[in-house]
Design a protein. Structure first.
Length: 164
């Protein structure tokens, strides 16, 4: 099993990843706040698309991909399958867009908020694992399917480690 270095370029990739997430979140929340107050359906759609792109594309997908660029595997070059990588970005944007449409249209209720949150959360998980599936490296990439069920050092949400 090869060693995985999570900080190949030092703290720059996590720092940029975090900054992109904050920027995308700010832009996305500004756009999302305008969905309900827009005077026409066309403007609501426009603000929704911008919010989905900022939140799904920048705050979520770009943050994850930038962090993945900071990974290295000893003795192997990591590459990414472009169509699968693009698909992971589109999954993030679409799931956030649909989540915003669920919560941003009609009468606001707890059921809508929960449904939108669950849909978006599942979409982000799908984006994450699609992005991981896009990784290409010399060797085998495997996942421990039981790991998420195991408690780890008091972590609230255990990770899903990769074995290379």
């Amino acid at each position: 099993m090869a060693d995985i270095n999570h900080f190949e370029y030092g703290w720059i990739t996590p720092a940029i990843s975090y900054a992109l997430s904050v920027l995308g979140s700010i832009l996305g929340l500004i756009c999302a706040s305008r969905i309900r107050t827009a005077p026409s359906a066309g403007q609501r759609t426009w603000w929704g698309l911008l919010a989905a792109w900022a939140l799904g594309g920048t705050a979520i997908w770009t943050m994850h991909f930038m962090a993945m660029l900071g990974f290295a595997v000893t003795g192997s070059r990591i590459r990414y399958d472009v169509p699968i990588t693009v698909a992971s970005a589109l999954i993030a944007v679409a799931s956030v867009g649909i989540g915003l449409a669920i919560v941003g249209t009609g009468r606001l209720s707890a059921v809508r908020i929960i449904a939108a949150g669950l849909f978006t959360g599942v979409g982000v998980a799908a984006m994450h694992y699609t992005g991981m599936a896009a990784m290409r490296l010399d060797g085998q990439l495997g996942y421990d399917a039981l790991q998420p069920a195991r408690p780890r050092r008091g972590a609230a949400l255990p990770g899903w480690p990769c074995r290379c």
